[in-house]
Structures are given as structure tokens and as C-alpha cells.
Design a protein around this ligand. Structure first.
Ligand SMILES: Nc1ncnc2c1ncn2[C@@H]1O[C@H](COP(=O)(O)OP(=O)(O)O)[C@@H](O)[C@H]1O
Ligand SMILES: [Mg+2]
Length: 290
């Protein structure tokens, strides 16, 4: 009996928190957030898996892998139950960060999934096989509310919604929130909104400041305290196949995403005391980069 309780306790402890990064609007910073939040958590020594569920495979190429050359991807895991995700997962330069890559073939998956039993829960079944291997699983969603995104929301414990500090920031947000509500009611009652993340903020622009004010007024504590500033290093890093922290450790982008990781950990009572104080360079020097 006691053994069973200890086992139960341990198995609960090591289940990853699954977080989907979603917004059906393109270009709002989903992939940038998925890569750099995952990398920041990994640098803080939380074992993290980044799952690329966008057929455009930007998270895959942004971590330095050529999507054309990838043998197996999330697509194969979804359409073929016999393919175990561990055989598909790739190691990255950061020892605590791994990637379940995407491939353009994923475009066809939605059609192939239509006749599958429990077609909304296929990704959940894939991730269940590896949920005990990580502390965090971060899912980068495509700019759509199609079946793959519904699968991501059905698999997830929570969702982060990046919103660009630009014109029409709120556009489409109502539709996204009502989709989340439908998923909560019909498919995944435990799904929470982890937070709305304001991205590409430029303090010199009045519009940027207006968006921040409006969003904070409207959504209050749902908005992360951390705001991601516009930083060209963030847009350059993917072409070098690197997360920002390995591209330029002293950039604003690195600072912003490390702060986001700490805010997320704190919210989830997972922040270790030393994490807030340690210098990023010092931390990187301790990690065995491959
Ligand atoms: N904070 C930022 N500062 C500067 N450029 C950014 C920032 N966030 C994202 N970008 C750039 O904006 C574009 C869209 O971002 P991306 O993360 O790909 O959005 P999504 O995945 O939502 O389509 C990319 O070229 C990316 O490099
Ligand atoms: Mg993207």
C-alpha cells in the first residue's frame, strides 16, 4: 500500500506541465516565444521538450534543424500509432532542451485525422507516452484554429497567448478565447489560461503603450508582468539556428525571455531560490553545451 502511494506521489511529481503557445493570428511571436521560453527553462535546468506543431516548421529550423532532412516528425507520430515519439525527438545544443520536430507533411494530417477515432485527442495520446520524461512540454501552434491546434489545446494544461503590441492587437482574441472555452467544456476541463503575453513592445511608440494599457485594463492579472520588447536579435537568432540566449546572452531578448521563464516558474511554485539571482553568463558557463 505504502509503496503504491510513494509510486503514485512520484509519478505525479514528474509529469510535465504541458503549455500550448497559441494565437490563430500569424506573426504575433508564437514561435519566438516557444523557442526562447523553452530554452530559458532549459538553461534554468528544467528539462523541457519543444513540440513543433506548425507545418511551416519554424521552431524546427529556428533550433538549427533542416525540416527537409528530418526523417520522422510529429506528423508520423500522429498518423502512425506505432511510431514512438522518443525515436523522433532530437537533442539540441542545450542539454535540458529537446525538440519534437515538424515537417511540411503535417499539412495533410488534418485531413487524415478526420476519420480517426477521438480525432481531437490524437496528440494527447502521443504526448502521454513521454509526459514523464520532462518538466515542461511547450507546444508551438500554427496560425490556425484547425484540428491540430484543437489537439494541442486538448493535450495542454495551459495556454500562453502572445499578443503583439500593434494595431489590431485584440483582433481575433474573442474567437480564440471562445475556442478555448469550448475546448474546456467539451474536451479538456483542466485547460487554463497561463497568461497573455505582450510581445514586440516598443516604448517609443504611443500605440505600443496604449495596447499595454488596454490589455492590462481589460484582462488584468491574466496579462504576464513580463513584456517582450522589440529586439532585432530575436529575429536574427533563428537564421543562425539558435535560441537568443546562445546567440546573444546580453541582449534585451535574452533578459525578457529569462524573466518570463522565472515568472512562469514562480506562478507554478517551481522557482528555485537561486534562479532569480544567478547571472546568465555564469549560468551558461556551467552548462555543457554540445
Ligand atoms: N520581440 C521581437 N522583436 C523583434 N522581432 C520579433 C520579436 N518577436 C518576433 N519577432 C519576429 O517577428 C516575426 C514573427 O514572429 P514569430 O515568432 O514567427 O510569430 P508567429 O509564430 O506567431 O507567426 C519573426 O520574423 C520573428 O523573428
Ligand atoms: Mg510560428
Amino acid at each position: 500500500m505504502w509503496n503504491f502511494i510513494v509510486f503514485l506521489h512520484e509519478s505525479i511529481l514528474v509529469m510535465a506541465k504541458i503549455i500550448a503557445i497559441a494565437n490563430q493570428k500569424g506573426g504575433v511571436g508564437k514561435t519566438t516565444t516557444a523557442i526562447n521560453l523553452a530554452a530559458s527553462l532549459a538553461v534554468l535546468e528544467h528539462k523541457t521538450l519543444l513540440v513543433d506543431t506548425d507545418p511551416q516548421a519554424n521552431a524546427t529550423s529556428g533550433l538549427g534543424f533542416d525540416p527537409q532532412k528530418i526523417e520522422n516528425s510529429i506528423y508520423e507520430c500522429i498518423v502512425d500509432d506505432n511510431i514512438h515519439p522518443t525515436t523522433t525527438i532530437l537533442k539540441t545544443q542545450l542539454p535540458y532542451l529537446e525538440l519534437l520536430p515538424s515537417h511540411i507533411d503535417l499539412v495533410g494530417a488534418e485531413v487524415e485525422m478526420v476519420n480517426m477515432p477521438s480525432r481531437e485527442r490524437v496528440m494527447k495520446k502521443v504526448l502521454e507516452k513521454i509526459v514523464k520524461d520532462y518538466e515542461f512540454i511547450i507546444i508551438d501552434c500554427s496560425p490556425s484554429l484547425g484540428l491540430i491546434t484543437i489537439n494541442a489545446l486538448t493535450s495542454a494544461d495551459s495556454v500562453i497567448i502572445p499578443v503583439q503590441c500593434e494595431f489590431f492587437a485584440m483582433e481575433g482574441l474573442g474567437k480564440l478565447l471562445s475556442t478555448i472555452k469550448i475546448v474546456q467544456q467539451r474536451l479538456n476541463p483542466k485547460l487554463e489560461i497561463e497568461g497573455i503575453l505582450l510581445t514586440m513592445y516598443d516604448s517609443r511608440l504611443r500605440l505600443s503603450n496604449q495596447v499595454v494599457e488596454e490589455m492590462q485594463q481589460h484582462f488584468q492579472q491574466l496579462v504576464f508582468d513580463t513584456i517582450i520588447q522589440r529586439n532585432t536579435k530575436l529575429s536574427e537568432a533563428p537564421s543562425f539556428g539558435l535560441p537568443i540566449i546562445l546567440f546573444d546572452a546580453s541582449s534585451k531578448g535574452t533578459e525578457n525571455y529569462m524573466r518570463l521563464a522565472c515568472e512562469l516558474l514562480k506562478k507554478n511554485n517551481m522557482l528555485r531560490s537561486e534562479e532569480t539571482s544567478t547571472d546568465i553568463r555564469e549560468r551558461l558557463s556551467k552548462i555543457n553545451l554540445s
